[in-house]
Design a protein around this ligand. Sequence first.
Ligand code: C2E
Ligand code: MG
Ligand code: MG
Ligand code: MG
Length: 292
Amino acid sequence: GAKALGRGVYCFYSEEMTQGARERLEMEARLRAALAQGHLQLFYQPQVEIASGRIVGAEALVRWLDPDEGLIPPARFIPVAEMSGVIGALGQWVMREACRQGQQWRAAGLPELRIAVNVSPREFHLTDVAACAAQALQDSGFPARCLELELTEGALAERPEEARQTLLRLQEVGVHIAVDDFGTGYSSLAHLKRFPIDVLKIDQGFTRDVPHSADDMAISAAIIAMGQRLGLRVLAEGVETAQQLQFLREHGCDLYQGYLCSRPLPAQEFEALLRAGPPEAPPLPGGDFRAL
Ligand code: C2E
Ligand code: MG
Ligand code: MG
Ligand code: MG
């Protein structure tokens, strides 16, 4: 009867949740160990100034190099880190490592680079990001003007007044603020005016189908125009083709990131690319370009 069914359903869900919770706990423990054992690594993807073709920055993107599993992409462990709170320690490590690497490149005499670090919503609200950034800068000697923090619209839309206070403190520290995946979240456009933001990163979803989707072209062009009017720099993510780059150039987009220039690279390979300069005519991305 209904009772038996109810019990059955209850047992089914209970087992599912136990299984999910167990997997999450296991992942969480492995992630903590990976962090402690130095199994996390930052890859760097060039940010290119469209007018000059020069690499002027890099986005730091975390990977987990598991001795058994190989390279684990962030999509598989950042959500676990967020849910469990490990994101606090992970985010701190990312910030310190990015500053350390940035300062090492400066010391090696490479042209000045801005390094962008992702800060996820829970990290932004649960930890003292401004204090963490200030400490990482102080310990490494990396200049604040060279550090950029990438926040999503979601992080800013949640408790916006508190978010604004944090951004103002970050502005005092001297770091730059970018809004990541712009156009996909639910932040009010009013935030752009009220928050001390420096860069809009157009989500790769809008870049992907240029020049084939009239809608995406209209949206990209509108974001670029709005950014310009607000005095922000605009960066397009996920640029893979020369046609996409041409479209962005025609509309006055400031910067781009994407496989057209390079996929994210280990620090040493990124440094080699910096020394060599980007390829004159980059090859169109093929199959293995997509593998991390
Ligand atoms: P995101 O910050 O929007 O990063 C851009 C993602 O697009 C990266 O994926 C990058 O490898 C990929 N990408 C770059 N160029 C192209 C392209 O031309 N075509 C395509 N199809 N993709 C491209 P990745 O490295 O797997 O990172 C995924 C997300 O994980 C990031 O999205 C970010 O939200 C998060 N993440 C990565 N590293 C960190 C970190 O250190 N801390 C935190 N909190 N989140 C991170
Ligand atoms: Mg990002
Ligand atoms: Mg993004
Ligand atoms: Mg994204």
